[in-house]
Design a protein. Sequence first.
Length: 203
Amino acid sequence: MKPKQGSPSRWRHAGASALTAAGLLIAGATPAQAATDRTPATNGLASLVSLSAERLLLADKVAAAKFGTTTPIEDPVREQQVLDQAAGLATEAGVDTEDTVAFFRAQIEMSKVVQRRLYDLWTRHPELAPAERPDLATEVRPQLDRITVAFIGQLAASDDLRGPTLRCVFSLIGAEAAAERRFHLDAQHENALRGAVRPLCAA
């Protein structure tokens, strides 16, 4: 059973995150807009974490598109394209490139974790496998590209907040809880979300 917000499990997670850290949501935005919009974030890390949750939910569609085909979950060429695109946008926006690439790599890795768990579930329970196969090129990747651009805007806007500080950690904890409620995440996606956003408050 998934622990309710405010449960001992939640507070253990919060305390662990705090100790660890102590030691442009613009739909359809262009790269140029992402580069020039450095409006300070007014909601902490909430928009970044919401975007990450949205991206992780798209991993379900990616898995549905690939399951039962010869297309593997691992796609090094596509992954490198995403990282290169993120690095280029970060440079254009004046955001730290190394931090940006680390953040995007976490998004990719956690997406693959979700996909593998879905593959395992659908293999063991074929009746739960998706009946429809989304089109990666026309349906899924345009949404992922939109989130990529939006990520850059929000990374720029939250530049003064992100880092190994308790302020960042507590903002991140609140943002995670809000995203879990907003998107009704199950335990699988909750765990993936925590892994995906961990770099935001890392050293």
